[in-house]
Design a protein around this ligand. Structure first.
Ligand code: FAD
Length: 279
């Protein structure tokens, strides 16, 4: 169905924190492995709280024959601590990371050797040479802390100039924002692939809370329809699947280089969308 012959489609997970969550992730992973994703990325908690969990989870994916891509966030970290994480990743055969600034837990002051993700990207390049594929984050609706869209685009360019190979976007439901952002990036001389981040819609309240925090906009018509469904989970699911599948199909048809699904460690919505897209 897509016009792009080989879109690079990947999945994102977070390290589980309880024995039940570990089991749930194992079940989701087994199902999602059948989609043959290009890679599976694993988030890294702010302030290094999930550091061991990220590697352990990534290695479980590897053990299943999946390409594992751990994230690494630098806020609050020192050069020595990040060097140690990188060494651990490399010792385990990891050659692809997602490099982020991360967010400090509320109330915590900013300390550490890195202020922005561009500094982390430069450091990873310094440490690993050309040996590591580095993905970075990009924000079609602009990062909530950016003073202006131009500032945020300049910050994105700094990450690419520091050595990032490709980017994954924050999720969005407005494709125009993505294409406008891609055009602006190209005009600014940013040539790397910019892969749309896709958030399947599973629950109305969770999505609204999360979106407010990360600055992703839920268009009014989607919000109104979700509100109107109330606690009718089946209708929310059916509507969400239609909206997100249409979004993905349109993106691929117009030439997006791939899709990166935020699975939230659940298999069902992503699997359905993936099958409907025929990828
Ligand atoms: C694909 C993806 C994966 C993610 N995975 C994780 C994860 O695993 N763990 C986690 O904790 N968080 C994760 N996040 C969230 C991310 O850490 C936050 O959005 C964070 O607030 C910004 O991270 P960044 O890497 O984009 O930061 P940066 O690129 O450093 O940008 C942060 C802000 O600083 C501004 N800025 C950048 N450079 C400068 C400068 N020199 N001067 C002034 N302003 C500047 C930017 O415009 C932006 O507003 C992820 C986000 C995405 C999109």
């Amino acid at each position: 169905m897509s016009a792009v012959p080989h879109p690079v489609c990947s999945l994102e997970f977070f390290p589980p924190r309880t024995p039940e969550a570990v089991e749930r992730l194992r079940a989701a992973r087994a199902q999602l492995a059948q989609l043959k994703p290009a890679f599976c990325s694993v988030t890294f908690g702010a302030g290094g709280s999930n550091r061991e969990g990220t590697l352990a989870t990534a290695l479980e994916f590897r053990a299943e024959g999946l390409e594992a891509v751990p994230h690494i966030s630098c806020i609050g970290g020192t050069r020595a601590s990040i060097r140690e994480v990188l060494a651990q990743y490399r010792a385990n055969g990891i050659r692809h990371v997602v490099a982020l600034r991360g967010d400090m837990p509320s109330g915590a002051g900013e300390s550490g050797d890195f202020r922005y993700a561009s500094e982390l990207v430069a450091f990873i390049r310094e440490e690993t040479g050309a040996d590591m594929h580095i993905d970075v984050a990009a924000y079609p609706e602009y990062h909530p802390q950016a003073k202006t869209p131009q500032d945020d685009l300049a910050a994105f360019k700094r990450k690419v100039d520091a050595g990032a190979n490709s980017a994954i976007t924050q999720y969005f439901y407005n494709a125009d924002a993505y294409w406008h952002f891609v055009d602006a990036a190209r005009a600014a001389g940013i040539a790397v692939p910019i892969v749309p981040g896709i958030m399947p819609i599973g629950s109305a309240s969770g999505l609204a809370r999360f979106s407010d925090a990360c600055g992703a906009e839920i268009p009014r018509w989607i919000r109104r329809k979700l509100d109107a469904y109330g606690d009718d989970a089946a209708s929310i699911r059916a509507f969400g699947l239609d909206v997100v599948t249409d979004l993905c199909a349109g993106l691929l048809a117009r030439g997006a280089p791939g899709l990166h699904f935020y699975t939230l460690n659940h298999a069902s919505l992503t699997t359905t969308i993936w099958h409907r897209l025929g990828i």
